[in-house]
Write a protein that binds this ligand. Structure first.
Ligand SMILES: [Ca+2]
Ligand SMILES: [Ca+2]
Length: 259
């Protein structure tokens, strides 16, 4: 099993807050240098050469243990980019395109983060963590691009998600970063209020939050753990089944209207 990598220490202490917000504390991408075994050879390498997977190490509030997954990312078939899957990707694009100009930019991610920060009157470390998490998600998908069209967005996602780097390593840090942007108080769980606030920040009707939260909360304890979140994240992004229970889940997706 892989382990969640220890938090990155360093620059935060010597930078001014404004610099810290914009700094991307990424470590160099680890090249995938080992031989693939036979069950992994079907995985495309396409995510490796695009300059995409610059992703930071998990920060505070993250679990320092392997994710407990019923199904590993390598167990999901390669995505084909089906119409259904692209529809999901388009909806995510629309949710993230805060100014609705048809392109995703860093400013969209800053804007959605700021909406959440203002909505909950967050200050200090909490506000900075939310902003930094959103910027890391942007950097992970944008690579060296400054803006993405809807088509570039789904194509980048498809390449990233089918890449061996994502399927074997990067999924953990991406899931942790995404989880961190929803776990606002950093207690290691997403509460119903945190989930609703996340929806609010992406202009998703908050009345959809309860049902989507309950789908993720598989043990019914009223909280979404990172393991429960990881199942929904992978179920959403790595399946093309129109009946998958997580199609209307995973935070920033609502297909059409919730009922
Ligand atoms: Ca929490
Ligand atoms: Ca739970």
């Amino acid at each position: 099993m892989f382990r969640i990598i220890r938090p990155l220490q360093g620059l935060a202490g010597v930078m001014r807050p404004a610099e810290r917000r914009l700094a991307i504390l990424f470590q160099p991408v680890r090249r995938f240098g080992k031989m693939l075994n036979s069950s992994q050879t079907w995985i495309a390498h396409s995510g490796l050469g695009l300059g995409l997977p610059r992703i930071s190490q998990p920060k505070r509030g993250m679990v320092n243990r392997p994710l407990r997954l019923k199904k590993m990312p390598t167990d999901y078939p390669l995505l084909t980019g089906s119409e259904h899957w692209r529809r999901k990707a388009r909806m995510v694009f629309q949710r993230m395109d805060a100014n609705a100009d048809g392109y995703l930019t860093k400013e969209d991610y800053v804007s959605t983060a700021q909406t959440l920060i203002d909505h909950l009157s967050l200050t200090g470390e909490k506000a900075e963590r939310i902003l930094k998490g959103r910027l890391e998600l942007w950097a992970a998908i944008a690579g060296d691009k400054t803006r993405l069209s809807a088509e570039e967005h789904w194509r980048n996602n498809l390449a990233l998600l089918n890449g061996v780097f994502f399927r074997q390593e990067m999924y953990r840090t991406l899931i942790c970063t995404e989880f961190s942007t929803m776990d606002i108080d950093g207690d290691g769980f997403i509460s119903k209020d945190e989930h609703a606030a996340y929806y609010y920040s992406l202009d998703i009707p908050t009345e959809c939050s309860k049902d989507d939260f309950d789908i993720m909360d598989t043990n019914g304890d009223g909280l979404v753990s990172i393991d429960e979140f990881a199942e929904s994240f992978l179920g959403f992004w790595l399946t093309e089944d129109s009946n998958n229970i997580y199609n209307q889940n995973f935070g920033h997706l609502v297909i059409d209207q919730c009922d």
